[in-house]
Design a binder for this molecule. Structure first.
Ligand code: TXA
Ligand code: MG
Length: 349
């Protein structure tokens, strides 16, 4: 993804958008909740320093209150206002990747209230790379920031357009800023500096290899068991899930499973990225969606496609397993969680 530099002194947004941003900033300062675009997914924002506004986010999302929120800031110079004891390697990553899809988990400063972190003494912070998000943060100034989870109900698919937010949260939010479709389409990479060495809590918009290059050393993926006192809903097995049961199969199995289900009169969507021979499937109750074979383009489209097909009354979404390659890590992670239904009585395949 192209890195744009934050330039607060000359926001070059159209006048109408600037007016909307000013209105949004006012709503936020008065304790309101505003959905806004980032380069990853849409966020549901509230003033970090206002516990009532923060509690509204939890209510709207139906999210358990002990799951912490990411704090979005407008400039690197604000980082040590919100966090403390920041390791050199965290500064390196911030300088290299911000604004961008990278969240740093750091020790929080006393400016971060308990309501944002679920009482934990760490805080997740990032600078988003979207001109509207940056202009909004600039309008709020250094002593305010936006606590913002993805603007979806807890456990569901993150929104990548303003229409998705409107459909899912609608009138429960005070304002939705429309910044078009998100460029990255998957959530930020989360890296924790809480342990001795940095660990990835959630693969995302920044590839592991890019982090390793900047840090000149290996970066480990955290296992969910690593610190059971740290709660990350994005790392629950069932998350980012459509309502329609979703299953991930290797290319060589997907046709066979589709045919088996179609024979039971079920409507099936198969989502592929490779050249699978689908000649046998024609005439069956099976539709096919061919995704890009490139992880960046695939990631951009994934959530929008899952939403679209989730609303199309299929009985199953069968997804071809992504390539076993580090660049596909975030996609593999989301598909695995999307396929893991908590209360799933569809175990017929
Ligand atoms: O791309 C993104 O990160 C988007 C956009 C809106 O910025 N935000 C997002 O927020 O995905 P959310 O709340 O849906 O996911 C944030 C993840 C959660 O899994 C949360 O538990 C984790 O970050 N998190 C936040 N603070 C944390 C902390 N102090 N320690 C560990 N995990 C934390
Ligand atoms: Mg989320």
């Amino acid at each position: 993804m192209e890195q744009t530099q934050y330039a607060p002194s000359k926001p070059n947004l159209p006048l109408q958008q600037q007016e909307q941003i000013t209105a949004a900033a006012r709503i936020l300062c008065e304790g309101g909740v505003v959905a806004f675009p980032t380069e990853t997914v849409y966020g549901l924002g509230a003033d970090v320093t206002n516990p009532d506004a923060i509690s509204r986010i939890y209510k709207i999302k139906q999210r358990p209150i002990d799951h912490p929120l990411i704090v979005h800031i407008g400039a690197i110079s604000h980082l040590d206002y919100w966090a403390q004891a920041i390791p050199v390697s965290a500064w390196k990553l911030a300088n290299h990747f911000w604004p961008g899809p990278l969240t740093l988990i750091l020790q929080r400063s006393h400016h971060i209230p308990d309501s944002v972190t679920g009482g934990q003494n760490t805080v997740g912070i990032r600078i988003p790379a979207h001109p509207i998000a940056l202009a909004l943060l600039h309008a709020l100034g250094q002593t305010k920031a936006l606590a913002a989870p993805s603007a979806n109900r807890f456990g569901r698919i993150s929104p990548t357009t303003a229409t998705h937010v409107q459909q899912e949260l609608g009138s429960s939010v005070d304002m939705i800023l429309d910044g078009g479709a998100c460029e990255v389409g998957l959530e930020s990479t989360i890296i924790s500096f809480y342990d001795e060495s940095p660990r990835i809590l959630r693969p995302g918009g920044i590839a592991l290899s890019a982090l390793e290059t900047v840090l000149s050393g290996p970066v480990m993926l955290a296992h969910n068991t690593i610190n059971p006192t740290i709660r990350t809903p994005g790392s629950l097995p069932a998350h980012y899930a459509p309502v329609t049961p979703l299953r991930v199969y290797p290319a060589e199995q997907i046709r066979q499973h589709a045919l088996l289900l179609a024979a039971k009169n079920l409507r099936i969507l198969i989502m592929t990225w490779s050249n699978i021979d689908t000649s046998q499937l024609s005439g069956q109750s099976i539709e096919q969606c061919v995704m890009p074979a490139d992880p960046i383009a695939y990631g951009q489209q994934l959530y929008a496609k899952l939403r679209q097909y989730d609303q199309a009354a299929f009985d199953y979404l069968l997804v071809e397993a992504p390539p076993d390659h580090p660049e596909w890590l975030a996609i593999a992670d989301r598909l695995q969680r999307a396929g893991h239904h908590l209360s799933d009585n569809h175990k017929i395949i």
